[in-house]
Each structure stands twice: as C-alpha cells, then as structure tokens.
Design a protein around this ligand. Structure first.
Ligand SMILES: [Zn+2]
Ligand SMILES: [Zn+2]
Length: 119
C-alpha cells in the first residue's frame, strides 16, 4: 500500500480554516477612546487654537497652551501638572468631520505666568 502525499496536504488545509479572522471593528473603537479633545484655546491667554494650528502644545492631560505661553513657562512645562508640553498633532480635515474638535474652552482664571510657579 502506497501513501499519497495528497492526504497530508489536505490535512494541513483543514487546520488553516480554524484560524479566526481579526475583528477590525473593535480596533477602530479603541482608537476613538484614545482620541484627543483638541481644545479650542490656550489655557493661559485664551487665544484661539484651531485644530489645524501648529502653535498648540499639550501635556499628557491635554492642558493646552499656545506657543508663546509655552515658551514663557518655566522649563516649558505644564503649570497644572508639571508635565512636558509637546506640539499637538494635527488631525486631518477629513477625520475632523467625523471626530470634531472640542468646543469647550478651558482657561485658567488667574492666568499662568503670574501664578506662583514652583521652580
Ligand atoms: Zn497662550
Ligand atoms: Zn498638564
């Protein structure tokens, strides 16, 4: 009795079918959860910072500042949390239609520069 190579090939095919397809929809939902607020203004001087602005800087909590205020802050750090302020990434215009920027303005009543900042 001769063994045909075909049999082992077929068995391998069956094993491949048991693989589960990846759920791409779930990955998209995770992406939305991590979305930035894109606040519309600087927390210090209340200047407008539209989503396409390259002058917007944020900390890890999304405290948002303009370039001028950020440069004036000691160590270029967030006056609220002491965290690093980095350039806010620009959201592409087509993504803004589906995920618009926040309209809630956050402003520090006392301002930032005049505040007692612990060096
Ligand atoms: Zn500012
Ligand atoms: Zn902060």
């Amino acid at each position: 009795m001769q063994r045909s190579g075909q049999w082992s090939c077929r068995r391998r095919d069956t094993r491949d079918e048991s693989r589960e397809p990846r759920d791409e929809r779930r990955e998209t939902r995770d992406e939305e959860k991590q979305m930035l607020e894109l606040r519309p203004n600087c927390e210090c001087c209340d200047v407008d910072l539209p989503p396409e602005s390259t002058d917007a800087f944020i900390c890890t909590f999304e405290c948002t500042f303009c370039r001028g205020c950020r440069n004036a802050l000691p160590g270029n750090r967030c006056p609220n949390c002491g965290g690093e302020l980095v350039a806010r990434p620009i959201r592409p215009a087509d993504k803004l239609l589906k995920h618009p920027a926040s309209k809630i303005r956050v402003v520090k009543a006392a301002g930032c520069i005049e505040m007692d900042v612990v060096a």
